[in-house]
Design a binder for this molecule. Structure first.
Ligand code: E4P
Length: 217
């Protein structure tokens, strides 16, 4: 399973990219809105210069024509741009038109397996089921990943399953076990994932023993 960063913050992307673990980045309008004064096109192009992999840029039009217009524009910014469209019938229309032009789409805001199946049939490159937001309404979000993975495998569908709306490190582990191709993670969750008290205690002990040995020579 590949790891993407779910942010439009360039400092976070630079830091996570330096760890050597990033295969792509996802953004959305809410994440962009956190970057006060930033220009959308310049941000996406800067991200593409930092991470060599798919960079999702989300459309805001509600109709297929508008999504296609925005999608063509975003795709012209950089070859790694993937156009994000919502899981709606207009979104499906836009995906099938953009896919025919060779423009890759990430179908976002997916909350059930039927949306995922139809997105794939329309030609989606990525499907993004929102695990955390499903958990929020009292349903196991990871079951949605499992269902989509099973349907895609059974029917030899090559659309990539991206576990989105990741809230904690355990979500990443469960997404990997469920067979997701990608998990897109907030910076905080990724950072938290590498923290373990036994690792810190282990380092402390090794250093203390090393120092004692050096002094006793
Ligand atoms: C995915 O591509 C979305 O940007 C993201 O994962 C949404 O997550 P949220 O529920 O934390 O907003």
């Amino acid at each position: 399973m590949q790891i993407y960063l779910d942010t439009a913050n360039l400092d976070e992307i630079r830091t996570a990219a330096s760890w050597g673990v990033l295969s792509g980045v996802t953004t959305n309008p809410s994440l962009m809105a956190k970057e006060k004064g930033a220009d959308f096109k310049a941000t996406i192009q800067e991200i593409a210069s930092l991470v060599d992999g798919p960079i999702s840029a989300e459309t805001t039009a509600l109709d297929a024509d508008g999504m296609v217009r925005e999608g063509r524009e975003f795709a012209a910014w950089h070859p790694n741009v993937v156009v994000k469209v919502p899981s709606t019938t207009e979104g499906l229309k836009a995906v099938s038109r953009l896919a025919r032009e060779g423009i890759r789409c990430n179908v976002t805001l997916c909350f059930n397996a039927i949306q995922a199946l139809l997105a794939a049939r329309a030609g989606a490159f990525i499907i993004s089921p929102f695990v955390g937001r499903v958990d929020d309404v009292g349903v196991d979000g990871m079951d949605l990943i499992r269902e989509i993975v099973q349907i895609y495998r059974q029917h030899r569908i090559t659309t990539l399953v991206l576990a989105a709306s990741i809230r904690h490190p355990r979500h990443i582990v469960e997404a990997a076990l469920a067979g997701a191709d990608i998990a897109t993670c907030p910076f905080k969750v990724l950072e938290q994932s590498m923290r373990h008290p036994l690792t810190d205690i282990g380092i402390e002990r090794f250093l203390a023993d090393w120092k004692a040995w050096q002094q006793g020579k």
